[in-house]
Design a protein around this ligand. Structure first.
Ligand SMILES: [Zn+2]
Length: 409
């Protein structure tokens, strides 16, 4: 494994969609993303890999494989090269670039594992148009009927975004891998939290990946003149949304246990003028928990809370589910293999759950899947200063290499 080559590739990828003050905005199907995809295909060819792109836009580089087939089940690694707006240079990119480096190293060393290997860059992991889109399609979990209505928060439709990039969104479900085509999946990723750094442990072995529920919560009131309408006559939709946001936070903290989290990351007020009482307020509400039963209960309780808040304020409320993922356990076989690789390399490891969603949770539905985490500086992620130490990156890539070799042996 060559750290200089891995570092060069990570920094080269970071130039696509680079922001002036550091960090990157590279949302799936956008021009910088499509340039990065073309660059990645070139790098995989340079590394001596067979390359292919599936109908969901997932990019693959194969060693001993030029497609996914049950005739020769592939050991798969990968992650994603899309980012959140104003994101960092490692989220996703690390897993793809390290996977590429591992396969490059194996090919150069003329090692011939029993099973073929491949690295994947999954489309739209960050879910601009639909959460974990590419891996969902690959794992046969993409509902064709949902495709026409999949859209970004700004209204841009998936069908058009993929069309601009030269893909037919309606064909994305054809990316589904044939049953038995994947022997195992392992993904290297930054932790995006502070647990490993605070414990001084270099490697995390993921046991479970959290599930997340996202719903649009729309409060309807009455738009009125903000000067002439007496306060007691107002049916202010924004105040309903604000009241709900504060109470939902309390509910998730008090009834969810230590691992539940919730967020309101999108807020729109209509018509959105300083002299009009808001007639409609829309929130995107997200809840996450590693326990499926807890997540289900919190989602139900929050729905009841939204109706209660609306009724108390003379408003109505609509709840429209956006996405729901269930918590995914990682395969014991893959966890044990990662731990054996750590032991062989003399690295301490700790089992933990992933507080973020990942493509591995879809792969866990079709094969034995697992994840390797490395510490994130200050636990920072989904922001421009997201970083990990280069020696932590090197350790993670080495653990990935040894894990892949063991899984493919
Ligand atoms: Zn990621």
């Amino acid at each position: 494994m060559s750290l200089p080559r891995l570092k060069d590739r990570l920094l080269a990828l970071a130039r696509f969609g680079a922001l002036p003050g550091g960090g990157v905005t590279r949302m799936c199907w956008s021009p910088p993303y499509e340039q990065a995809r073309a660059w990645l295909l070139g790098e995989a060819k340079t590394a001596g890999l067979a390359t292919w792109v599936d109908p969901a836009g997932n990019v693959f580089g194969g060693l001993g494989a030029d497609r996914v087939s049950p005739d020769a089940p592939v050991v798969l690694t990968g992650s994603h090269i899309d980012t959140v707006p104003e994101g960092g240079i490692l989220d996703g990119a690390l897993g793809v670039m390290a996977g590429l480096e591992c396969l490059h190293t194996i090919r150069e060393a003329a090692i011939r594992p029993a099973r073929p290997l491949a690295v994947a860059a999954w489309s739209d992991e960050e879910g601009r148009y639909g959460s974990l889109f590419g891996s969902r399609a690959f794992c046969g979990r993409l509902d064709p009927a949902a495709i026409p209505s999949m859209a970004a928060v700004d209204g841009d439709r998936l069908v058009e975004a993929m069309g601009r990039a030269g893909f037919d969104a309606h064909r994305a479900p054809e990316a589904a891998a044939p049953p038995g085509g994947v022997a195992a999946y392992v993904e290297l990723h930054i932790e995006q939290g502070a647990r490993l750094e605070e414990a001084g442990i270099p490697i995390g072995v993921v046991e479970t990946i959290v599930g997340a529920r996202r719903a649009r919560v729309v409060f309807h009131g009455q738009a009125d003149h903000a000067g002439t309408t007496p306060m007691e006559r107002r049916r202010d939709a924004f105040l309903g949304a604000a009241d709900y946001a504060l109470k939902a936070r309390e509910l998730v903290i008090s009834r969810g246990g230590a691992r539940a989290v919730t967020n309101f990351g999108v807020v729109h007020v209509h018509p959105g003028a300083s002299n009009i009482v808001p007639g409609r307020a829309e929130l995107v509400h997200e809840i996450r928990d590693p326990d499926a039963a807890v997540l289900e209960r919190l989602a139900r309780d929050c729905e009841a809370l939204a109706r209660e808040v609306a009724a108390a304020r003379g408003l109505t409320v609509e709840l429209r589910p956006i996405s729901a993922t269930t918590p995914a356990p990682c395969a014991p076989r893959v966890q044990e293999t990662i731990e054996a690789a750590c032991a062989a390399l003399g690295l301490a490891s700790r089992r933990l759950y992933s507080a973020a969603g990942h493509d591995a949770q879809n792969l866990a539905g079709v094969t034995d899947a697992g994840m390797i985490f490395i510490p994130s500086r200050g636990g920072r992620s989904h922001r421009v200063d997201e970083m990990s130490d280069w020696d932590a990156i090197e350790r993670g890539a080495n653990v990935l290499l040894h894990t892949l070799l063991r899984l493919a042996a």
